[in-house]
Design a protein around this ligand. Sequence first.
Ligand code: HEM
Length: 217
Amino acid sequence: MSRMKLTNANLLETLESPEYAHVLALFMEKKARKKEIVFPPHGHENNVIIVKGGRVRVYLAFGDKEFTLSILEPGDVFSTHTRAYLQCLEDSTFLVCGAERFLQIITQYPAFTLSIIQVLGNLLQNSITIINGLAFKDVTERLAEFFVHTAEEKGIVTAEGIKLKLGLNVEQIAMLVGASRQTVSALLNDLAKAGILYKVDQRTIVITNMEFLRGLV
Ligand code: HEM
């Protein structure tokens, strides 16, 4: 099932248009570097942020475990008053505004709520997948489920099989499925040896036997 796209790509465009100059003026711009935890959990300032450029991982961390809840892209809205960490996957730029003020903005311009719904929908989807996986599935099933979902969302059909440009390395995939990097790396090697998939580069794989992965989910 592909996710209904409530596109927010034009949220930034709208915000940067002359009619919205007075709204844009309510935001401060903030830049952060790749890998930086730009907003820690429960920041003392209660802000709403819009990703202007880059990609940002939203995750929960307990001890040595991490769970990625969402990956934010340009136009996505989030807040600093959650239990999640926000870490830049690339050098990123943010538009930052106090939550109270943002509440006034969305009352006046309901279009902003589309981005919020999309982001929270994605966060909820990943949260349900994580709960489901932790409660009912082992790591192999979780990894298979991740590949099946990703293939449905953005797989490219090629003569060799379904190509997945994951945009994530093994460590980042491990965090998404809630397992260690070593476990995921070993599973990927097993799947490659069994001819189910092969690696094209660090962040790209081709799945040659999709039916096998579907059978695991
Ligand atoms: C418009 C201004 C906003 C206000 C006034 C607001 C208010 C709140 C309040 C009162 C809570 C409960 C906090 C607590 O239990 O300590 C909350 C939680 C939360 N908010 Fe907001 N919020 C706003 C915007 C947003 C936006 C834009 C997002 C993301 C797109 C967001 C995501 C969340 C999440 C994920 C939680 C749960 C946090 C957790 O339990 O870890 N909020 N918000």
